[in-house]
Design a protein around this ligand. Sequence first.
Ligand SMILES: C[S@@+](CC[C@H](N)C(=O)[O-])C[C@H]1O[C@@H](n2cnc3c(N)ncnc32)[C@H](O)[C@@H]1O
Length: 930
Amino acid sequence: MKTHQNTLDISPDNDNVGPVSCLGLTFEDEQARREHFMALLEAKLQDPEFRKTPGFPQGSNEAILRMSDPPYYTACPNPFLDDFVRCYGNPYKQEEIYEREPFAVDVSVGKTDQLYKAHGYHTKVPHLAIVPSILHYTKPGDIVLDGFCGSGMTGLAAQWCGTAPLAYRQELESNWQAEGHEPPEWGTRRAVLNDLGPAASFIASGYNLPFEIDRFADKAEAILDELERDLGWMYEVAHTDGRSVGRINYTVWSEVFTCPECTGEIDFVNEALDKVTKKTRSSFPCPTCGALLNKDRLERKFESYIDPMTDEAWKRIALRPAFINYNVGSATYERPVTDSDFKVLARIDQLSYPSDFPTAEFPITEMYHGSRLEPKGFSRTHHLFLPRAAHALAAIWRKASDTSDVATRRMLVWFAEQAIWGMSLLARYAPTHYSQVNQYLNGVYYVGSQIVEVSPWYILLDKNKRTSKLSRLIGAFSPAPTSDGCVIIQTGDCAALPVESGSVDYIFTDPPFGENIYYADLNFLVESWHGVMTASAGEAIVDQFKKKGAHEYQTLMRNCFTEYNRVLKPGRWITVVFSNSSNGIWRAIQEAMGAAGFVVADVRTLDKKQGSYRQVTSSAVKQDLVISAYKPTESLQKQFQIGESSSDGAWAFVREHLHNVPILVGSSNEIEPAVERTAQMLLDRMIAFHVQRGISVPLSGQEFLQGLVQRFPERDGMYFLPDQVTNYDRKRTTATQLRQLSFFVNDEHSAIQWIRQQLQDKPQSFQDLQPQFMRELQAWAKHEQTVELKVILEQNFLHYDGRGPVPSQIHSYLSSNFKDLRNLDKEDPKLIEKARDRWYVPDPNKQADLDQIRERALLKEFEELKESTQRRIKQFRTEAVRAGFKACWQERDYTTIVKVAAKLPETVLQEDEKLLMYIDNAQTRLGDDA
Ligand SMILES: C[S@@+](CC[C@H](N)C(=O)[O-])C[C@H]1O[C@@H](n2cnc3c(N)ncnc32)[C@H](O)[C@@H]1O
């Protein structure tokens, strides 16, 4: 072995023959490389301290080593990860110029792609959806990180940037050109992938590490052929012609119940399934007493066994085979189960249960879906398999695991694990579907009353079908989308990544969102086969059974984002895909990102009808979002390191933020104002930036507004850096339409934004505005005190009462919309008459005066809330609480913030990121962050 100075060759045709370089070392061949790192990992696993690393899975050293292929994949925290980044990454250079605008991702792209479908996971973002984003933010050789990698699509996307076929490149380039983007720099990026679940990281390893497809395909077929020789008899059936022997595709099993009237047996499939319509009847007669029954009335019947693996007494719901679907040659038949079939089943029952079958006990009391399993008698993993399926699956797994070549073995196990759910009792018979492959209910452990027990060949390799799992897999990986040394994967907690600070170029991530999916629980079954299980304590989810509420979720997410912030280079970007419609979870994510040090620059949602992105302007989320945020540059961070604020620092922040947010949003002919550039949004961001760093806000709202106008040119209600404004003006003149932002009016804050938008374009009277305003009010939040339109107008806008010259805002509207009012003097009586009684948006200087008056009124209301002796205040004016909290923050009166918060409804606070930001930080200041 000799050391090697150069970085690794990442060309896709690195065929693993001859000397290989890895982490700065050169080895004779892959085998030598593996032996070297395997020995290091084995030694490391002996160290008890190593096992204390957060997120370390539960499993023996042997099981962890069997799954791993170090240094590129370890089924535990990866001791080589830091070396990988140091060896192949580009060190951070402050002087390097890096400028990018936020980039939106269309997560719906690529869902039909073969590679995407080659291995399922509970939720997936297709690699083809991620590729454009990686191309936009990085250059070849850069390091991309995904700490919640799941099936590892980010790694595949990073590699695809180098291996994408010509047609793909041409299409992307022409789309980008049409949208006004420069063409990307093609070439492989390196990826660092992490997931808490060994099942997930193992899928990621299969997707991202190279293997020889022909060797894999030959071996997979050989295994299934051997299986045929060894266990084929279990799936043989006598055809109805009395002569031919058929091969079972699947057997449909029925749950057996008893009748509540006569206690007679009810075979659910026989009685409830309508063979003609293939639908389950909502009611059916009892075959014994004729009573009309439905599923809810049936009583569960149990059968007692001796558990073949534990030798303990075991009671499970009664199941009976109903009919079989089989093939004779290429013809498919279906018939009820007969004596000859029962004989085969009895013969299988006589065999001893496969001794290597996983028997792990489900952590029922800590599982969200535990109550679906245990009452039916499924408390251990092997309980979910009928004996025949258990023999077949164990044999496949054994044969796959016995393969000596590591890469081939990995893929064979990868292939075999896709049959685990589908061959278990979780697979429901789906009579209206053509295929019975993998018909289990996604995201839940549910054993139905109509079960399909598929044969291994039916699920994995149907030689007659090119659509079989194996053919698809071979198709998907030809040509190989991966090459050596581009991706490193570990199993661990995203909150503790063994990567040097400031070393990652870009993060793409799709974290768990609240309580949608219980990954650790769901991975338990597959992980029991590997013998390595998720350390679920660190799992960032909301799960009442694991005692994790919204607060715990937020803390876990904050820890993960803090780690993301630490490892990312300053000035670089993170893209977060958000797919949950809970406002509370959305708020928790924003809070976690801000507290971690990120600044959100853009939030968009895909407008499915238009096929384009729209900015998200309210805190109510209904659809999938894409959040783009950046880590502030080193020079900006330095200004805040001493823990004190200054107006210079605040303006430096605004400048950096304006530098990073999009100049315009939308396509070249239809643009939308960039929300992030509006005064209100900039003010909110500036305040949050300070509060999240635990320092006072150096500018009042009025000072901010005045300063903004003095420092930055304004267009269409948005502020720009001087060098951006010419670019905006140019694009604005070529765009045919300036689209309005859509506001969802549910509180005073959004009402003000909505009115501003109406009056900006068209100053109007109270009478004109009111009916439109009433229409918008349909979704007013319950806890939000009603604020009259009149009050909102008086506190935020100006009224022209006909005295003095017509204000320029009204003048320009009237003269450009009414021919006869054109070119009139501002004091012309005709113009005054038409302008009288209209409300309009003040210019920024007047706005500052108004804000001052409004703030005084709001603080007065806050005082009332503060003094209120009510223990719980159900309805209040959120704007008053915001203004009050801000004032308290400035005066370091953290106690009042916490005290007032205690009177407000928890559910409301959970959804209001502005209020929670103050409360969280005030609690931290008071040393009460429990
Ligand atoms: C939404 S999924 C990611 C799916 C992925 N985008 C894909 O395409 O397959 C979120 C993942 O986060 C993992 N996870 C949850 N908590 C974690 C933590 N603290 N650290 C790392 N991973 C975690 C879960 O195991 C799950 O695989």
